[in-house]
Design a protein around this ligand. Structure first.
Ligand SMILES: [Zn+2]
Length: 391
């Protein structure tokens, strides 16, 4: 199987097909490390095996976009605490297993790079679980073990809310003075070590800088930022500063670029805020109808598409973030973590998982080598997964 891995990820594309974007796109393994489709699906009940009129992900469009590997985000908000967050996470994982059981010819759960290669060979989507928010372990190491057994291959140590043992980017920026500590506590370091020992990747997207550097001082394995962009281009606390990106590369880790307009474009909120203010009543009722603030805003953006399209950034800005990070830390440390179905706005042209070939086309235009494109689009994820899982 090692040979198959080699063939899959480092297959040489002939010069004759080098200009053919579709051929290049088809040849490599495309991996996306962050997608919130499940979080929405457990509310809407959408059948993700069928083409959906709304949202960014389903298995039909994934096929069209050449998506081979998807890490599904398992997420619940901070209103879920002890006694409910872990249960909610399991419910969401159940929904992924249900999708897989119903569509065994299309999608398969994978736990290792070896499994992943086997799924891709069978032309099935390789599905992995990423748990987004340390609050879902409810301060228990044994819950990490259980989630790992159910397929968790990364744990995002915090979401926007800090945990008692790790501080988030949002809270480090906006309420640092009232936090009882900054960074990882001793228990937080135990969490990192437990993840390392189980082959679960540590995800530093969403964590604050204090936590970020504490993680790098603790981990024995390469870490990931599953869905973050370059702070130098868009100074949002969810993005990584140049020094963080360099430190991540030194750890042999990978940053997976997020497609969300708010993390790509520093002018996005100045355009979005007046729009939201003008449609506040409508947004409030949509959020009530869908029992979700997220689905409410997604729906509002869809209803007013002509208006909201006006302040979507160009695709070139997403490419600029990729190119910036590649120039800073190298193509072997950058990947794709779209955050599809987790945000209200993406660059023009990036409407769904069917649109990944547009990124390949842009990287070809920038004269990226085939090897670099393969690494960015999936090879780096497979490397960092193997480095953590060990096979
Ligand atoms: Zn997120």
């Amino acid at each position: 199987m090692k040979n198959i891995l080699y063939l899959l990820f480092f297959i040489t594309i002939t010069t004759a097909s080098a200009q053919d974007t579709a051929a290049i796109h088809r040849h490599f393994v495309l991996a996306d490390t962050h997608n919130d489709a499940l979080s929405n699906q457990i509310i809407t009940g959408a059948n993700l095996a069928k083409r959906q009129a709304e949202g960014n992900f389903d298995l039909v469009r994934a096929k069209e976009g050449g998506l081979d590997v998807q890490v599904f985000s398992i997420w619940c908000g901070p209103q879920y605490g002890h006694g409910s967050a872990y249960a909610f996470a399991n419910r969401e994982i159940d929904s992924l297993y249900a999708l897989i059981y119903r569509n065994p010819d299309k999608i398969q759960m994978v736990y290792t790079a070896h499994d992943l290669a086997a799924a891709v060979m069978r032309k099935k989507m390789a599905a992995l679980v990423g748990v987004e928010g340390g609050h879902m372990i409810e301060d228990r190491l044994d819950y990490i073990d259980s989630l790992a057994k159910r397929g968790m291959r990364y744990l995002t140590l915090t979401w926007n809310n800090s945990t008692p043992w790790a501080t988030s980017a949002k809270e480090e920026r906006f309420k640092a003075d009232s936090l009882p500590h900054l960074g990882l506590t001793d228990f937080g370091k135990q969490v990192v070590r437990r993840l390392n020992s189980l082959g679960v990747m540590v995800d530093v997207s969403h964590v604050g800088e204090h936590t970020f550097y504490d993680v790098l001082a603790t981990t024995t394995k390469p870490v990931i930022a599953s869905h973050s962009c370059a702070y130098a281009l868009c100074p949002h606390q969810r993005n990584l500063k140049d020094d963080q990106l360099k430190a991540l590369a030194k750890n042999n880790g990978v940053v997976f670029v997020n497609f969300y307009s708010g993390f790509l474009d520093s002018t996005f909120y100045s355009k979005e805020n007046p729009f939201l203010a003008a449609h506040k009543t409508e947004l409030d009722s949509l959020s009530k109808v869908y029992h979700s603030d997220d689905l409410g805003i997604f729906k509002l953006f869809a209803i007013h598409k002509t208006e909201t399209d006006q302040f979507r950034p160009p695709l070139s800005l997403l490419i600029k973030h990729i190119d910036y990070m590649v120039k800073l830390i190298g193509a072997e440390h950058v990947g794709i973590g779209s955050d599809f179905d987790g945000a209200e706005s993406y660059p023009l042209g990036m409407d769904s998982v069917a649109d990944y070939p547009k990124i390949t086309a842009e990287l070809i235009k920038l004269h990226y080598s085939n090897k670099d494109i393969q690494n960015i689009m999936g090879g780096n994820f497979i490397r960092v997964l193997r480095a953590n899982v060990g096979k």
